[in-house]
Design a protein around this ligand. Structure first.
Ligand code: HSE
Length: 410
């Protein structure tokens, strides 16, 4: 029998236990032995649970039990997860996590420590919920220079946008439902303000470009400023607005990362992704464009990815390949202001002729709104586009919204 421990009995942790019980025989066939969650750590009590006797409130019995070979973490947050998992690895235990904040902040350290100790550190569930994307990016696409990773990386905000603009729901109502369904973070500000998507694009970029990227260095904007008018304009133009995390290789070789609501053309598959679903577009120099799609949040989809990693840890040797990524390489990240983009703008108080002076080469969109003009700028750096916007406002224009355009790469 293989003894494992689960840290955290919240949405994901309880989902892991459910899968271990429901698919017990399948997992036994795949690992060659029964798998038992011998310890489930949570500060809360769960009276009446059939496995109540396995609940513990301290990490010590887990660390002290040398038969526990794999520890699954689904608590969230950097501490105490980082200290506890580091100690588990030092004790020779493989570690699996769904905790994107931890991986985005400390992934390089934990990867190096796990390699030194000859154990696994796996985190497929940290990006895209149940979608297999990290392992394909790391292994199946390894023959490619990755030129771009872009996607819908947060189920909660995609669920909210779909409900608000597809079904006319109010923001608070859509968010409340996402919380009830177990999609949202404990503090849903991390979803709504784009921080969760930012952690995920940092993890994807770290694998794609081999350097650790920190969320605090990435330009991040959430969904709170998207209006029904933006979505109506986008529909008339032939697209929609989605919260996108994107990491591109810039012409100078640096990586350009950002998280923001973007205007997505209908020709791009990402425009079709609705509800809690996520999708990640990975473009490589040899393969071209690939797409990974599936449920991006929720109990069983996320737990499915955790248990997939568990089977890997129980059946495959650790450390047979170079590290997924190493420490941050100075200068690897291109400042957002220098990245090239096109923007969709809605402006009032200025006519087309006046606007053209600030945005040479722009394309105007036709729409029925009285007193406002919409346009798509020519490509320029984000810094130049900001400066043009400030100059237009100083001359009496009022910018009602500014949304970066996501190109259809195909
Ligand atoms: N709050 C996250 C989301 C959970 O909505 O995508 C999955 O990481």
């Amino acid at each position: 029998m293989k003894k494992i421990a689960v840290l955290g009995h919240g949405v994901v942790g309880s989902g892991v236990i459910e899968i271990l019980m429901k698919n017990r025989r399948l997992l036994e066939r795949q690992t060659g032995e029964a798998v038992e969650a011998a310890y489930i750590l949570d500060r809360r009590a769960f009276p009446g649970l059939p496995y109540e006797d396995r609940l513990v409130q301290s990490i010590h019995p887990i660390l002290e039990d040398s038969e526990v070979s794999v520890v699954l973490e689904a608590m969230g947050g950097v501490e105490p997860a980082f200290s506890w998992l580091s100690e588990c690895i030092r004790q020779g235990k493989s570690v699996i996590t769904s905790n994107k904040e931890l991986v985005a902040e400390k992934g390089d350290i934990l990867l190096a420590l796990a390699a030194e100790k000859g154990v696994h550190f796996l985190f497929e569930a940290s990006v895209g919920g149940g979608i297999p994307v990290l392992q394909p990016l790391r292994e199946s696409l390894t023959a490619n220079h990755i030129t771009e990773v872009a996607g819908i990386l947060n189920g909660t905000t995609n669920f909210i946008l779909t409900r608000m603009f597809g079904e006319g729901a109010a923001f608070g109502e859509a968010l409340g439902l996402a919380q009830e369904l177990g999609y949202a973070e404990q503090d849903p500000t991390a979803d709504v303000e784009g921080h969760d998507a930012c952690r995920k694009i940092c993890i994807l970029a770290s694998i794609a470009f081999g350097s650790h990227f920190y969320p605090r260095e990435v330009h991040t904007q959430g969904i709170t400023r998207i209006s029904a008018a933006d979505v109506a304009w986008a529909a008339r133009w032939g697209g929609t607005v989605k919260l996108i995390g994107r990491a591109r290789q810039a012409a100078d070789g640096r990586a350009a990362l950002e998280v923001a609501p973007m205007l997505v053309p209908n020709s791009c598959l990402l425009s079709q992704v609705s509800g809690v679903y996520n999708a990640v577009r990975v473009t490589g120099d040899m393969v071209g464009e690939t797409m990974f799609y599936g449920p991006g949040a929720g109990k069983l989809p996320t737990a499915s990815a955790v248990v997939g990693d568990l089977v890997t840890a129980l059946t495959q040797p650790a450390g047979s390949r170079p590290l997924a990524w190493g420490p941050e390489k100075p200068g690897a990240l291109q400042p957002w202001e220098e990245s090239i983009a096109q923007r969709f703008l809605r402006v009032s108080g200025m006519d087309r002729e006046e606007l053209e002076a600030f945005y040479p080469g722009c394309r105007f969109l036709d729409g029925p709104e009285e007193g406002e003009t919409a346009l798509i700028t020519a490509p320029a750096t984000q810094g130049e586009l900001d400066a043009a916007g400030q100059a237009a406002q100083a001359a009496g224009g009022r910018i009602l919204s500014r949304i970066t355009l996501l190109e259809d790469n195909r």
